[in-house]
Design a protein around this ligand. Structure first.
Ligand code: H79
Length: 439
């Protein structure tokens, strides 16, 4: 009861503020946000969670759109959502075992159903379902306990809200009235975002999605971004709008593609200076899909993480929990496998930056200080030649075993002779120590 006026007040304050976040040169980003970006770059690995009413149908998170489910029928479906086995401690413990440093969870997806306590609409998990609990609150508390940062996915696209009008390229067949008030919809989102940034303690950031549904609309981004940064100056804005970064944004994220690749068909090839992230499904679905058996192997997932790190990007690896709140065993096993790999090789991933050698067919490099990690992902021969690193290599050994690696070097480059073993590993990591005049 006491929160509504303070939220209104926060919104008012945000409205009156000059939009300082907009058009800022990078050097005017406040220090707490710069520090958060640095933390984020160091993290390298996150767990994405797609979970909502759609999970009940086991056909992915686009089921409302794909099966043309009308708003009324979907509203009924939502009344049955009762994930009695949801246990925040299980989820966060799994995240820890996987070696992720942050979790990004759907607070509200395109179906418009809020998976958190909100006063902006009754169409939320606390007021609309028999479950009555706020999973975000439980997750936020558990993340704090276990030292995981929580990011909130928030869909700007909405297939349910009557004021999402005029319609974009989706959500046209859900039986809504052909009218609505766009500015009221934007106000609704701002109220919800203010709640998310007020009621759950420190939030890592907001992961926006769906703007691509109406690319030409006025989304009032400067206003909303300023609101977020006003409420939590260290919260990062991670927009999945498939465009080059806009003012006020903190991360450039790529969906189902490594930065620079565009197999998905909608990712931009313009890579800016911001921290990078790649989001990836383990099978072909984000939301729980009961028939999608097309899982990547743990080795493929490890290699994707390494490929991302070699391009200076984080990997945000998705799981789609089941409607009862449990994680599918296929996802559980894979996350733990990646975590086992990181328990050994994490030193070549966490806190590193991509390079200095650009990605190659044989693999990638990561670096920290005067150390370069050569990640040999696909190379059949013992001899591997690298371009010049600009300084001398003073030591080379295998990361896991410490075994010495023979090196010959000239101005043209560095040649490594790899040991015979380890070919069944997803990644053979060679640690090069460089003479320190490099930086
Ligand atoms: O939340 C997950 C997906 O539900 C959501 N983003 C991830 C993280 C997502 N929605 N759509 N997509 C991903 C694929 C995007 C398809 C698009 Fe298009 C192609 C957007 C623009 C062109 C389809 C055609 C939608 C609008 C036009």
């Amino acid at each position: 009861m006491t929160r509504a006026p303070s939220l209104a007040a926060l919104l008012l304050v945000a409205t009156l503020l000059p939009c300082r976040a907009v058009g800022q040169a990078p050097d005017t980003v406040p220090p707490e946000r710069l520090a958060a970006r640095q933390w984020y770059r160091d993290a390298r690995f996150g767990m994405f969670v797609h979970w909502g009413v759609y999970s009940l149908l086991g056909q992915g998170e686009w089921v409302m759109q794909n099966r043309e489910i009308p708003v009324g029928a979907y509203e009924w479906l939502a009344t049955t959502f009762d994930p009695v086995k949801f246990d925040a401690r299980d989820w966060v413990s799994l995240a820890k075992a996987a070696g992720v440093r942050y979790i990004t969870i759907t607070s509200r997806h395109h179906d418009g159903f809020s998976m958190f306590a909100t006063r902006a609409t009754r169409y939320n998990i606390v007021d609309w379902t028999p479950f009555k609990r706020d999973p975000l609150r439980e997750l936020a508390a558990e993340c704090r306990r276990q030292g995981i940062r929580l990011f909130l996915y928030y869909s700007q696209l909405d297939w349910h809200h009557p004021d999402y009008w005029p319609r974009g390229s989706t959500g046209r067949n859900s039986g809504r009235p052909e009218s609505g008030d766009w500015s009221r919809y934007l106000d609704f989102m701002d109220v919800q975002l203010a709640e998310l940034l007020t009621n759950y303690g420190p939030i890592g950031g907001v992961w926006f999605d769906g703007m691509w549904d109406k690319p030409d609309a006025d989304w009032r981004l400067p206003h909303t971004y300023a609101l977020i940064h006003r409420l939590q100056p260290a919260a990062l804005i991670v927009p999945n709008h498939h465009q080059a970064p806009l003012p006020g944004e903190d991360v450039q994220t790529f969906e189902q593609d490594l930065p620079g690749a565009n197999t998905a068909g909608f990712n931009t090839d313009q890579i800016g200076q911001l921290p990078l992230e790649t989001s990836l499904t383990m099978n072909r679905s984000w939301g729980f899909n009961i028939t999608d058996r097309d899982y990547k192997t743990p080795q493929q997932l490890v290699r994707y993480l390494v490929e991302a790190a070699g391009r200076d990007a984080n990997l945000l690896l998705n799981v789609g929990p089941r409607p009862d709140g449990t994680i599918p065993p296929e996802a559980d096993e894979r996350l733990r496998e990646v975590g086992r790999w990181l328990a050994t090789y994490g030193g070549s991933i966490y806190g590193t930056r991509g390079g200095p050698i650009p990605p190659r067919d044989w693999g990638v490099t990561t670096t920290r200080g005067d150390t370069v990690f050569v990640h040999v992902l696909a190379w059949p021969d013992r001899v591997l030649s690298l371009p010049s690193l600009g300084t001398r290599v003073i030591a080379a050994r295998m990361f896991a075993t410490g075994e010495r690696v023979a090196v010959t070097q000239s101005e043209a480059g560095v040649t490594l002779t790899l040991p015979t073993g380890g070919k069944d590993e997803p990644d053979r990591v060679v640690v090069l120590t460089l003479a320190s005049r490099r930086r």
